[in-house]
Design a protein around this ligand. Sequence first.
Ligand SMILES: [Zn+2]
Length: 210
Amino acid sequence: MAIKKNYCIFCGKELSDGKCVVCGREAKPSISFDELEYQKVPAEAAEVFGVQKKKLFGNNLYSVKEMIKNGDLYIADVYFDDTYETEYESSGDSEMEYNYYIQFSSPDQAPCERDCEVTAGQYRKIKQMLQEGQHEGKLLWGKWKKKNYYYVFALQGRTLEAALKTSLAESLMDYGTETEKRRIPPKGGFGNSAADKAFDAIWDNTVGKL
Ligand SMILES: [Zn+2]
């Protein structure tokens, strides 16, 4: 389902002539991951894993190696839009845990309908890149045992083989099925809804006065 809003889906502000008056992004129709332009990861890239033995409880490196050998691993260029984290209480103890997500678009900035979960390390790297005005990213799409795996990441001057060997292959298998419907800000932007303002006012009048 394409995302349709009468305001900017990146920042929540108003559109004028199909462009956001605040962030300047064009209001392009959203796309699914299928609509990105992929290239097949060449079979030689599988050599980076060396000899991998399949294990009873899964071997990520083996799975990715097979994906590549079967011609089922693809890579596409993407444009990073934003990062966000969600917190939840882990079962067992009351510590808060976090999930980290990346929002991205096609290179010509048509927003993808879904966000990808990534590792904390990848999240921090992309957050830093965005602060420096860098948006160039990659999306891996692999098929393994009738499931689709997607993982968005920053290559940052490395080769794909080098990235796969260090931790990218594990991340693809561990996080690849964790995608979420794109998180859209409310009209006016996050932190600007009536509910947020009411919360801020209560906070200021209570905790803020302690
Ligand atoms: Zn905007």
